[in-house]
Design a protein around this ligand. Structure first.
Ligand code: SF4
Length: 231
């Protein structure tokens, strides 16, 4: 699966920075998972992070790794923008239905991890993601390394997942609008896959997804392959 590869290249080039730390995945250093969506009240909140969360799937090789661009959680004291990008390597899935299902499954992992003292608010209809961090967690030294380890562990519960890189960005001068645009494009690619599965319209001139098929390598071929299969 390579539909998101150019977006992954964009993310990697945007997150090249001297203010960057990298940690190998270690399943024994996960943040505690409460198993339910914790509520952190305003009075117990040290600060809020708000911005973009997305997952980008590929079958190219990805090392298990957590990258932090900017301050870590225990160094932040005020509300600020952030981005969380998960780059997930899976087995190559040639069938569009299974590829779509797997992309959705990977996307849904964001609803199934509940780090202690780190309240995540995210929506199924957008790529916006917001986090409240508890004062007590900041005092005890909460880190993105722990959060990333937990998230990677959850992705790895999916059989087809081979490698995961989770990137957290908190540096104030990052181009957060660009992360949002990348997430919107990823969403359009996933919607196009859905369209390919569910439509018998093969007229590219009248199809509103033409801009995506013009841009993303392999998308048009996928649709026409599915046409041949169904004839
Ligand atoms: S191949 Fe053509 S008809 Fe199919 S989704 Fe792309 S633009 Fe639309």
């Amino acid at each position: 699966m390579n539909f998101f590869d150019s977006l992954i290249d964009d993310v990697l080039s945007q997150t090249e920075s001297s203010d960057r730390a990298s940690y190998p995945y270690n399943a024994s250093l996960c943040r505690k998972d409460t198993g339910y969506s914790q509520v952190i009240m305003q009075r117990d909140t040290a600060y809020e992070l708000s911005g973009t969360g997305m997952s980008l799937v590929t079958s190219a090789d990805i090392n298990d790794e957590i990258i932090v661009v900017g301050d870590d959680l225990d160094k932040i004291s005020d509300n600020r923008k952030f981005a969380r990008i998960s780059i997930v390597q899976t087995d190559d899935i040639p069938d569009e239905q299974n590829a779509y299902k797997l992309i959705r499954k990977i996307e849904y992992v964001k609803y199934h991890y509940f780090p202690d003292g780190f309240m995540i608010r995210t929506s199924s209809s957008s790529h916006k993601e917001a986090v409240r961090v508890a004062k007590t967690s900041v005092k005890e030294g909460i880190s993105f390394k722990e959060i990333g380890n937990l998230l990677i562990k959850k992705y790895k519960e999916i059989d087809e997942v081979r490698g995961v890189k989770v990137i957290f960005v908190t540096v104030p001068d990052a181009d957060y609008d660009s992360f949002s645009q990348i997430a919107q494009k990823a969403d359009s690619i996933t919607k196009t896959l859905n369209h390919i599965m569910n439509t018998v319209n093969f007229d590219c001139d009248t199809c509103n997804l033409k801009p995506i098929c013009d841009e993303v390598e392999g998308m048009r071929e996928l649709h026409f392959r599915s046409k041949e299969r169904n004839m």
